[in-house]
Design a protein around this ligand. Structure first.
Ligand SMILES: C[S@@+](CC[C@H](N)C(=O)[O-])C[C@H]1O[C@@H](n2cnc3c(N)ncnc32)[C@H](O)[C@@H]1O
Length: 338
């Protein structure tokens, strides 16, 4: 069974869950709702997901939304049917010589044969959905299982900005059932929006913010998964075979980050705000430098209440090329003045 945290994802907070829990446990008596508005893998929201509270979960990228929908939505699904389909997909009979996925991603991110299989599986999931044999939750479970399966064997360093240019190892693709507890999902709400728009329409006890902090766009790093989840077969460009991502570029990776962060905090309706933002201001190379200065973070958060900072040493998941000293992961904690 596949767990939500068994995926490689830049900036994921899997290893910080205990740290976040301790901060919440010692500073907040009780809470009924927890919003993870830049959720990525969804590992943080999932950690706080219980039957007696509500999780609001959001990400700008559609493939993350699909994954959140699979693991965390309350829609009904037929587990026996899904098991049978997963088995069928694992044993899919490939008759075609080529398909969209094989044509673009074969002999790059995967072997030609595996890419052909991934394309055929994705096409099959789409036709099951169009023919109303599966509902949206079931479709999300199948696509998510496929995403987690390909992450294990992709010929990359963990993201799809580029593929490794050497002979591709023969790998096996295996789609497994997802592990989640539907009884915890009763009250959850799942969105695929720009956080700055969503913030105007929600309120919660705890607002957890984990925005991107440098210039590296998640839509560049995960274009292939986004393409696979959307399955609109767009025209692709360059050696990395990316599609036109203009409408999913994040302002948090641009010089406008401070402005959009200020707008987000101004519109937040929460009792507590927790912000993860690391201390990479002008320490790494240009691409890794933090977009919002500490001075601005303080000023903006301070406008809503007293700010406390909790710090831990944390080895960041990066491609291994850049060595960083004193890379601390920090949580800014604000008890919002009501
Ligand atoms: C640091 S990652 C979050 C990692 C996550 N906490 C985890 O543990 O997997 C930042 C996420 O913010 C998303 N994002 C970037 N800009 C956004 C925006 N304007 N609105 C919503 N999500 C956004 C990215 O797609 C990315 O998944």
């Amino acid at each position: 069974m596949v767990k939500i945290n068994q995926r490689r994802y830049l900036g994921n907070k899997q290893r910080l869950l205990d740290f976040i829990y301790k901060i919440i446990n010692s500073n907040i008596k009780e809470f009924n709702s927890f919003c993870d508005i830049f959720a990525g893998t969804g590992a943080v929201a999932n950690y706080f997901n219980h039957s007696d509270n509500k999780i609001i979960i959001n990400d700008l990228l559609y493939h993350n939304y699909i994954s959140h929908y699979a693991f965390l939505s309350n829609d009904s699904f037929d587990i026996i049917k899904i098991d049978i389909i997963l088995n069928d997909l694992n044993n899919i009979n490939i008759i075609e010589e080529s398909n969209y996925f094989a044509e673009h991603f074969g002999d790059r991110y995967f072997s030609r044969q595996i890419a052909l299989k991934i394309g055929a599986i994705r096409e099959k999931i789409e036709s099951l959905f169009i023919n109303q044999y599966i509902n949206f939750k079931e479709k999300s479970i199948l696509i998510t299982s496929l995403i987690y399966a390909i992450d294990k064997i992709a010929n990359t360093v963990g993201h799809y900005d580029a593929y490794i240019k050497k002979e591709i190892k023969a790998e096996k693709l295996f789609l497994d059932m997802l592990s989640f507890s539907q009884k915890n999902n009763i009250n959850n709400e799942i969105f695929n929006m720009n956080a700055n728009d969503l913030i105007k329409n929600i309120d919660c006890d705890i607002l957890y913010l984990d925005p991107p902090y440098n210039s590296r766009q998640y839509s560049d790093a995960y274009h292939l998964l986004e393409n696979l989840a959307l399955w609109q077969k767009p025209k692709l460009f360059g050696d990395a075979k990316k599609f036109d991502r203009a409408n999913i570029k994040s302002n948090y990776n641009k010089t406008s980050a401070t402005k959009v962060f200020e707008d987000l905090i101004k519109n937040a309706k929460a009792r507590y705000i927790l912000l993860s933002y690391n201390n990479m201001a002008n320490q790494g190379n240009d691409r890794s430098n933090a977009r919002i200065s500490d001075e601005n973070i303080f000023r903006i958060l301070n406008s809503r209440g007293k700010v406390n900072i909790f710090e831990t040493d944390f080895k960041e998941f990066n491609t291994g090329k850049i060595k960083r000293e004193n890379n601390k992961e920090r949580i800014f904690f604000v008890e919002v003045e009501q």
